[in-house]
Design a protein around this ligand. Structure first.
Ligand code: FAD
Length: 425
């Protein structure tokens, strides 16, 4: 059973700027930045932010329905639903143009853009745009399927009776003379040995992974090759320890417990830097105490933590964060197993730097070749990529239907383009 964190001492959330806390929320409940305490601190800014978020999200929601849906061009639909003012401005410009001034942007919106996208909101190159700043303010109430969201898609594949080839890596897509696409593919472990790769022909292909990381060679005849964009490299560290976060690390008085979720912003006098250096004085984007856990070896209660940072957390950082005594030698952490019983590190090319922009990647790379990860440079979330999946499926179905209708009008029976051989990578 998963236990909550309400019995663990400490406020539920704090925004740390590397020196002290810009804000502390004592208990769970209301969206933290809309609580009575927040209104007292930032006046009308939280209410204005809620209104701006609603206007922005309402525009985005139009993308789910006719006449916008399905959309063949991301640039066109973003223009049509009036989101260009949000995507073309930096987060800071967008909120101030909409009457949101004062420290709310720095203390709250920037803390949210840093935990969600590892990017600052300020008006400089490579900093997040206005639309994404609002996306970051819309994450409360997000839901997940128990035991993993993957079950949704697993069930969809089962219901569709589709053939699935897991652990099969596609290495190239070439255009055949008959208008089909030839996919070279093989077990993901032996990409170096191309001889072992099979090739299969498909009528329609959907590339559903960022092209720049997918290791797939696209035929040079293909009309549009996706542009390479700059992705955030995020270090995610999960660890267990019997210790709570150290109040001293956050310059709190001894004896007062530290908050259980720490978001970060920059100290007021720090100029935001580009890329990984944007993390600034705090040195990390967020630290969350996820839940209490039982150490299977000792039977003792410990805490499971998640850290987001631009570089791997060092043993010195972890020692200070958890208020440990001097590090002993442990292969993985430089810290004894009594202090950190388990650690798992993973580096992700997690999402693009969502910079201000007015044009977006192509959805259709060529006739019958689609690209769902075009969405990443617009909004990178599970929901938006799922919307793009639905959009591409509908574009394909509409083409089949039109083709069948043309066939029927000519009095013949034109088959839809070979249903069993559409391919999704
Ligand atoms: C640390 C982290 C935290 C995140 N937090 C959130 C969050 O809280 N909320 C949220 O909405 N989003 C979050 N995201 C973003 C979210 O994970 C992505 O938007 C989402 O996974 C995109 O889904 P997708 O199916 O389009 O692509 P992906 O999930 O990237 O799937 C692409 C698939 O293609 C496969 N593939 C790649 N190359 C090949 C090849 N050559 N042959 C065959 N298969 C290939 C990959 O193995 C992978 O399975 C987070 C991302 C990261 C990294």
């Amino acid at each position: 059973m998963v236990s909550g964190t309400s019995d663990i001492p400490g406020a539920s959330l704090g925004v740390f700027d590397g020196v002290g806390f810009a804000f502390v929320q004592e208990s769970n409940g209301l969206t933290w930045w809309e609580s009575a305490k927040a209104l007292w601190k930032w006046g009308l800014a939280p209410i204005r932010c809620t209104a701006l978020r609603k206007t922005t999200v309402d525009r985005f929601d139009k993308m789910y329905d006719e006449p916008q849906f399905p959309f063949a061009s991301l640039t066109q639909v973003v223009t049509d639903v009036d989101l260009l003012d949000a995507t073309s401005a930096t987060g800071e410009q967008y909120i101030s143009e909409n009457g949101l001034t004062g420290s709310f942007g720095h203390d709250v919106i920037q803390a949210s853009t840093r935990v969600n996208y590892a990017q600052n909101a300020n008006a400089q190159l490579r900093h997040i745009n206005g639309l994404l700043a609002m996306v970051c303010m819309s994450t409360d109430g997000a839901k997940a399927v128990e035991n993993g969201n993957w079950q949704i898609f697993d069930e969809m594949i089962a219901k569709a009776n589709a053939t699935t080839r897991l652990s099969t890596e596609v290495s190239s897509v070439t255009q055949g003379k008959d208008g089909t696409y030839l996919l070279r593919h093989g077990p993901s472990t032996d990409l170096s040995d191309l001889a072992d790769h099979e090739a299969s022909a498909f009528d329609v292909v959907v590339l559903a992974a960022p092209h720049q990381f997918a290791n797939i060679t696209l035929d040079h005849h293909i009309a549009h090759i996706p542009e390479k964009i700059s992705y955030v490299q995020l270090h995610v560290t999960l660890l267990t320890s019997p210790y709570l976060l150290s109040p001293a690390f956050f310059n709190m008085p001894p004896g007062k417990p530290a908050p259980k979720t720490i978001l970060t912003t920059l100290p007021p006098d720090e100029e935001p830097q580009k890329g990984a250096a944007g993390v600034g004085k705090p040195g990390f984007f967020s630290v969350s105490l996820l839940r209490p856990v039982t150490n299977p070896k000792t039977g003792g209660q410990e805490y499971l933590y998640k850290i987001f940072s631009p570089v791997p957390p060092t043993s010195t950082f972890l020692t200070h964060l958890l208020g440990l005594k001097q590090p002993h030698h442990h292969m993985e952490t430089g810290i004894s197993e009594e202090d950190i019983s388990w650690i798992y590190r993973k580096v992700w090319d997690s999402y693009p730097y969502e910079v201000p922009r007015v044009t977006f990647e192509e959805i259709q790379l060529d006739e019958n070749l689609y690209y769902t990860s075009a969405m990443d440079g617009f909004i990178s979330t599970m929901e938006t990529n799922a919307l793009m999946g639905m959009n591409v499926a509908r574009l394909i179905a509409d083409r089949w239907q039109a083709k069948m209708a043309r066939g029927a009008a000519r009095g013949g029976r034109e088959a839809p383009m070979l249903l069993p051989s559409e391919g999704v990578m």
